[in-house]
Design a protein around this ligand. Structure first.
Ligand code: SF4
Length: 272
């Protein structure tokens, strides 16, 4: 799918953390829209997407001058109390266009100068490794949470064909860990995976977050149901994986190689 880019001058950058992200004081989105356009993304049904009237995944707005606005907001927020930031809640901060535009990098640079109490960088793109130097400056105040929904590339291609390959994400986790950046693997939303998945993750991370459509979409699975994802599972004859109890299988596989305190289920895995 081709992506249409627009440059927008935002008025504000930081939003109040709420709902599933209520543990954060703020959320931060360097872009509006997301060119990865994952089939299961429930942002496509939220006002930010429906208002646009174009297919989710086909457009991205680039927030120009974001760093200057963010600096002011961050300093103001820090003067009021603890600041914990989730980046990003309704886009991926490492859009392919970030390679050129560097909006996310500019926001991380602001944070490196004025550290918040904590920032979680949630992405599925290996482009995050470009910013290892800035992430290192943030030290223990940052964690990169890399989405790895499955170890099966054909499943990834079926559910999110425009997102980066799984192997590249695993390699990014390796590079981040080697550089001393805190990381986690986010199996979220959990997609059908192989028995080898847990063993594949074991040498790469000391923290895994497991989440599914039923716990993690903020509506007990209703939002995901309305996206028609169930029919995809039926076509693939993988209906068993589309059930509120399906995560137990992956949890048990993880437990064979990870200690209990390194496995987080749903919301706690994303908290500051
Ligand atoms: S990367 Fe995240 S925000 Fe973007 S389409 Fe996929 S789930 Fe939605």
């Amino acid at each position: 799918m081709r992506t249409e880019y627009l440059v927008k001058q935002p008025k504000t950058l930081m939003n109040k953390g709420s709902g599933f992200l209520g543990g954060y004081s703020h959320t931060l989105n360097p872009y509006t829209g997301c060119s990865f356009g994952c089939s299961y993304c429930y942002v496509r049904q939220m006002p930010v997407a429906t208002f646009r009237g174009a297919e989710w995944g086909s457009w991205v707005d680039i927030k120009k001058g974001a760093a200057a606005i963010f600096r002011k907001e961050l300093l103001r927020a820090k003067a009021k109390g603890p600041v914990t930031i989730f980046m990003s809640s309704s886009t991926d901060p490492y859009q392919p266009i970030e390679h050129r535009e560097r909006v996310t990098r500019s926001l991380l640079e602001v944070m490196a100068e004025n550290p918040p109490d904590f920032v979680l960088v949630q992405t599925r793109s290996p482009l995050v490794t470009r910013d290892i130097d800035v992430l290192q400056k943030l030290g223990d105040k940052v964690r990169v949470s890399m989405t790895v929904e499955t170890d099966l590339e054909d499943i990834r291609k079926t559910f999110s064909p425009s997102a980066p390959p799984i192997q590249a994400r695993l390699q990014a986790l390796r590079l981040l860990a080697d550089a001393g950046v805190q990381t986690q693997a986010a199996i979220a939303p959990m997609l059908p995976s192989s028995e080898a998945f847990a063993k594949l993750l074991r040498p790469l991370v000391n923290r895994v977050c497991l989440d599914d459509y039923f716990m993690g979409d903020g509506s007990g699975g209703r939002r995901t149901r309305s996206l028609g994802i169930a029919s995809l599972y039926r076509e693939l004859r993988l209906e068993d994986w589309y059930a509120p109890s399906a995560y137990r299988l992956v949890y048990e596989r993880l437990r064979q190689v990870f200690p209990e305190d390194q496995i987080y289920i749903s919301q706690p895995g994303f908290e500051p």
